[in-house]
Design a protein around this ligand. Structure first.
Ligand SMILES: [Fe+2]
Length: 206
């Protein structure tokens, strides 16, 4: 039985842009640690889709438990891909105050740049794996969401535009246990031009 309704295509890891190896406060070794995990998620995603395609129908109960395990693991792999692709893409900039439409949206939805930054920082300190600024299409506003793992806790119809990785591999090499210092470095390396490109590309309006 083929469980997939379409023929899936394998994907390959995106290449890192050179700026990522010259971040302020976040080392090359740390970026390489993220990348290694990211490559693993890409391979895992391809492998799981292949396994789903190969699920054997001989034992019905086994089929359901296999499908369950594979589909749950797939969300973890895909989360690890998407989260890291945002993370890699929007680092390499000079931080500072956000300008353009993202600056206006932040001001409108959080009151000020500082308020947004403090809230995302607190979310990152409180989460086990991720904090995201995402645009909720139903509420038509930005909100800082929390994640414990690659696949928790997504909200339907919300699109992440900032992804703060707070897994230990993101900061331990450079900052030891000082996650707060790492989060400051994260803000200092954000590229708001990239974030503004996404806001425009997605059609998020003020
Ligand atoms: Fe990571």
């Amino acid at each position: 039985m083929a469980t997939l309704a379409f023929k899936f295509e394998e994907i390959t890891p995106r290449e890192l842009k050179p700026e990522l190896y010259e971040l302020d406060g976040i080392s090359r070794a740390t970026i390489e640690a993220h990348y290694k995990l990211y490559e693993g998620y890409v391979n895992k995603r391809n492998e799981i889709l292949q396994k789903l395609d190969d699920v054997d129908t001989a034992n019905a109960n086994q089929v359901y438990s296999d499908i369950r395990a594979l589909k749950v693991d797939l969300t973890f792999a895909i989360g690890g891909i998407k989260n890291h692709e945002i993370y890699f893409e929007h680092l390499g900039g000079g931080g500072g105050d956000p300008d353009g439409i993202i600056g206006d949206l932040i001001e409108r939805d959080f009151g000020s740049f500082q308020a947004w930054r403090s809230d995302l920082k607190a979310t990152g300190m409180a989460g086990r794996g991720w904090g995201w600024t995402a645009y909720d299409w139903d509420e038509r506003r930005l909100f800082n969401y929390i994640g414990d793992a690659q696949n928790t806790f997504p909200v339907w119809n919300a699109t992440p535009i900032v992804a703060l990785d707070v897994y230990e591999h993101a900061y331990f090499l450079d900052f030891g246990t000082d996650r707060a210092a790492y989060i400051e470095a994260f803000f200092n390396n954000l590229d708001y031009d990239v974030v503004n490109d996404w806001v425009n590309q997605y059609g998020i309006k003020k």
